[in-house]
Ligand binder design. Structure first.
Ligand code: HBI
Length: 364
């Protein structure tokens, strides 16, 4: 069924302008949706903090104080707003635009957009970008799930399972513009790759231990978010050969990852998705990951990499030993089939088409 052309407004994260990297995976998801939905003929506009890169047909840039990241706040922390916060101003702009769009897709992991859902005339859907991290967000998410069934989506089942009612969420995966990633048919060296913000929840210490145990170089890409953590990792694994490569934009990152023999993901929290897994696999690089969170639903054990017992360094060592049994083309093919921007856009369009249809009561 061909969906009619929809006017879609994407509300971005208030933690940072698009292109700053502060929004992490949400920035990639937003870019991908703009591309995929635009490709399918829908009109897409974006509301984002001032200083954002241009994406889609129009970016409404909003001034104001950036929101503190909720993933590092304690669970009981209250939702926070200041006189000059960018988030309420972004949603003032959403309210001004609501009669010119068919649907608003919220990508912010914040209390306000969820609370406003009941007061806006336009249907608002929420692509929840993290697992449960705060009581106030859990409450706001559950309220929307109860009042507006069908308006919540998550990237993976593991992420949804961190909430009290996982069945409230439609699972939509994620996607990348696969054409931006160059397939590398054979490993250039035996280096292991780690990609991610240098922060405790990413478990870099385990990859360092793996490097020390296997004698393989570990190349580290990502924003240096927690310098003290980085130094503690190095002190903890003096024999590991860790080579920090900095934070690279997607085009450079994919070229740098391609030659690796594997990318290793050792999340200590329930990663909602794990874009790194599909970016690595898109270049043909197999992924070794803990059986924890999103990456474990992306990697097919024994086919596109290995899914091993969480926090088990021996299991990581065994997976590295077997990594050459993985056919790198199978890694690329899985991303093309399941995690391209086209596949993700199709899943999101099916979701929002249902919501818009139900909202207008019209059959489409
Ligand atoms: N914190 N308050 C807040 N709002 C967000 O939208 C947000 C965040 N922390 C992290 C984050 N978004 C994204 O980097 C992840 O959801 C991917």
């Amino acid at each position: 069924m061909a969906a009619t052309r929809m006017r879609i407004l994407l509300a971005s994260t208030p933690v940072g302008p698009l292109g700053s990297g502060i929004g992490g995976g949400v920035e990639l998801t937003l870019h991908d949706l703009v591309y995929g939905l635009g490709e399918r003929g829908h009109h897409v506009e974006v509301v984002a903090p001032a200083g954002s890169l241009h994406v889609g047909e129009r970016v409404h840039q909003v001034d104001g104080r950036l929101q503190a990241s909720s993933q590092h706040a304690p669970r009981h922390a209250p939702a926070e707003t200041h006189g000059d916060s960018v988030l309420p101003r972004m949603w003032n702009r959403v309210a001004e635009l609501q009669d010119d769009v068919d649907i608003v897709v919220n990508l912010a992991y914040d209390w306000l957009p969820l609370y406003l859902t009941r007061y806006l005339r336009v249907p608002v859907v929420h692509l929840i970008s993290m697992g449960s991290v705060s009581d106030s967000m859990d409450r706001a998410i559950t309220d929307v799930g109860e009042r507006f069934p069908g308006r919540l989506a998550a990237h993976t089942h593991a992420q949804a399972a961190t909430y009290a009612a996982p069945e409230m969420f439609r699972i939509v995966g994620n996607g990348i513009v696969v054409e931006r990633y160059d397939f590398v048919p054979t490993a250039g060296d035996d280096a292991l790759g780690f990609v991610g913000r240098i922060s405790p929840e990413k478990g870099l210490e385990d990859v360092a231990a793996l490097g020390a145990r296997t004698g393989r170089v570990v190349k580290v890409w990502g924003m240096m978010q927690d310098e003290a953590y980085w130094h503690s990792v190095r002190r903890g694994a003096p024999d590991a050969q860790l080579e920090y490569q900095g934070f690279l934009p997607t085009d450079d990152l994919q070229a740098a990852i391609g030659p690796c023999s594997a990318v290793v993901m050792t999340p200590k929290w329930v990663e909602a998705f794990g874009n790194v897994a599909i970016e690595a696999m898109a270049t043909g690089v197999p992924v070794i990951t803990y059986d924890r969170g999103g990456p474990a639903e992306i990697v097919v054990d024994g086919v596109t990499g290995f899914v091993v017992a969480p926090d088990d360094i021996d299991a990581l060592v065994d997976a590295v030993r077997r990594i050459d049994t993985i056919d790198r083309r199978r890694c690329r093919e899985r991303v093309e089939r399941e995690f391209s921007s086209a596949a993700m856009a199709d899943r999101v369009i099916a979701w929002i088409d249902e919501v818009v249809g139900a909202h207008t009561g019209a059959t489409r």
